[in-house]
Design a protein. Structure first.
Length: 248
């Protein structure tokens, strides 16, 4: 079987169960292209973070890359409709179920929750986490500009930038964390908070699924370091010393 060439020089390696492989050995990331705003800044930021990046909504690109980045700009209901139009909800679910990393940004974070309420209308989200996106109870919205975050101890996503500021542009947010861990062996998600009128969720790290309410690609050096942390986490882990080799 010959290797299938994808755009941007990435290839599908038939010996790696369909995983996209960069000719340069870089982690591969697909930025989901479903009509959500200007994603070029995210592509460039990921490239600077050391990733081989493809902008696409094709299933072979979305499912086989080492990482998937889901941008999100606009209204909750509109983003959900556009994601459904390219079958992204099913593909994101497949990646998460298979332990394949996903990073969602801004409204991309919001639609991972159960529902969003905008202008009195409630829309269904993906339901990866319980909770509702609601208008921030602040004198001025949107919340636009730099803000601090409260990072939980042990965060891998924020390693080295725990005390930095990040750039936000949003009027709605998740103001309660209602996720209960039912399985004792399941590590609880790490939730990072910020505040504008009230505390709201600024980021979540939940196994392969991570999301930020702020825009790391617009957050200067701190955002660049966060993206680099995520990209570095996509690299295949070396086999443990003394582990038996796989055989046919």
């Amino acid at each position: 079987m010959s290797k299938q060439i994808l755009k941007d020089g990435a290839v599908v390696d038939p010996d790696a169960a369909g995983r996209i492989v960069s000719p340069d050995g870089k982690p591969t990331v697909t930025v989901l292209d479903y009509g959500s705003g200007n994603v070029r800044s995210a592509v460039r930021a990921l490239e600077r973070a050391g990733a081989q990046v493809t902008l696409s909504a094709k299933p072979e690109d979305v499912l086989n890359a080492d990482g998937l980045l889901v941008p999100g700009v606009g209204a909750f209901e509109t983003v959900m409709r556009e994601l459904k139009a390219v079958d992204a909800i099913r593909m994101i679910g497949r990646r998460v179920a298979g332990g394949r990393p996903v990073l969602a940004i801004c409204v991309g974070l919001q639609v991972l929750f159960e529902a969003g309420v905008e202008h009195g209308t409630e829309s269904e989200g993906m339901g990866e986490w319980p909770g509702k996106v609601e208008l921030l109870p602040a004198p001025v919205v949107p919340h636009m500009g730099w803000n601090t975050v409260q990072v939980p101890e042990g965060s891998k996503l924020f390693a080295g930038v725990e005390n930095e500021r990040f750039y936000f542009v949003h009027s709605y947010g998740v103001q309660k964390w209602e996720f209960d861990v039912a399985q004792p062996r399941m590590a609880p998600p790490m939730v990072t908070w910020s505040e504008h009128g009230a505390p709201f969720i600024a980021a979540v790290e939940n196994g392969p699924l991570c999301a930020t309410q702020f825009h790391p690609e617009k957050s200067g050096d701190a955002g660049a370091r966060l993206l680099r942390n995520w990209v570095e986490g996509l690299r295949p882990k070396p086999a443990a010393a003394g582990a038996p080799e796989a055989t046919d």
